[in-house]
Design a protein around this ligand. Structure first.
Ligand SMILES: Cc1ncc(COP(=O)(O)O)c(C=O)c1O
Length: 253
């Protein structure tokens, strides 16, 4: 946050944060939503704070807030008066009702996420081939994601094999931030060499897996998922050899 603000200040740029999953989280003890020129939260059903769809923009800039209020309501500033460009970006009643319901249960959702995260941590700790991305004890978080990072030379191959095997068990683990914005349109065509400038992103996006959490996941399910992950890691050599043989025979047939 601070480093990006420094760059924005230096080059006189606007700074807009994607805070999609950061509802109820803090940075240096301050609530997310007050940084940069604006922050954008998602209330999609996959988020801890859920209104089916939709989101919110927060800003400390009163002028910008006024413009956004006009923009989401066709630019109407009064009866029969359109004074700004706009579209229909209003939140529907049913989404708002869901949002309020979700907000009322937020503490409960966060508690379930925390319990799941701590169980994953306990079940998968002490290994040199896997790291659980932690949350700072100094900050408030909703534990929205359980992200594991595979370590070692074979990590990228093993990651893809792991996701396939988990899917085969009906465990919808995700590579998530793969293959990275810079490898998707329109950025890919605009900046075809971006991958050369982003070695850290290129490395990490090949090694991470996002594991299931939230209130629809049971404690037993977390234990089963961890058991399968340990099995995969403990048998990685055999599994990688089998996947290699299977893909070779697929390509030659
Ligand atoms: C980092 C990030 N940005 C943006 C979005 C998109 O949010 P929405 O679906 O509400 O537009 C998501 C949703 O998963 C996200 O995780």
């Amino acid at each position: 946050v601070d480093a990006l603000q420094e760059i924005a200040d230096k080059y006189n740029l606007k700074l807009i944060f994607d805070a999609a999953h950061a509802f109820g989280c803090t940075y240096h003890g301050n609530n997310i939503g007050q940084f940069g020129d604006a922050e954008i939260f998602s209330f999609h059903a996959t988020k801890t704070m859920n209104a089916f769809e939709g989101g919110a923009v927060t800003t400390n800039n009163a002028e910008l807030a006024k413009k956004m209020r006009l923009m989401k309501n066709f630019g109407f500033s009064g009866y029969d008066q359109v004074t700004y460009i706009g579209t229909n970006g209003k939140m529907s009643e049913i989404a708002a009702a869901m949002g309020i319901t979700s907000f009322e249960s937020l503490a409960e959702f966060v508690e379930v996420n925390r319990e799941h995260f701590e169980l994953y941590e306990k079940e998968l700790s002490g290994r040199d081939d896997l790291l659980i991305k932690g949350y700072s004890p100094k900050e408030t978080t909703s534990y929205p994601y359980v992200v594991i990072e595979l370590l070692g030379e074979e990590a990228p191959l093993l990651r893809d094999v792991m996701v396939q095997l988990l899917h085969a068990e009906n465990i919808i683990a995700r590579r998530y931030f793969y293959p990275g914005c810079h490898n998707m349109e329109p950025y890919r065509s605009h900046f075809p060499n971006a991958y050369l400038l982003l070695p850290e992103t290129e490395d990490i996006m090949r090694r991470v897996v996002c594991l299931p959490t939230g209130t629809t996941v049971t404690t037993e399910a977390v234990q089963t998922i961890c058991h399968i992950i340990r099995l995969i890691l403990d048998n990685k050599k055999t599994l990688l050899a089998e996947f290699d043989a299977a893909s070779t025979s697929q390509h030659s047939s």
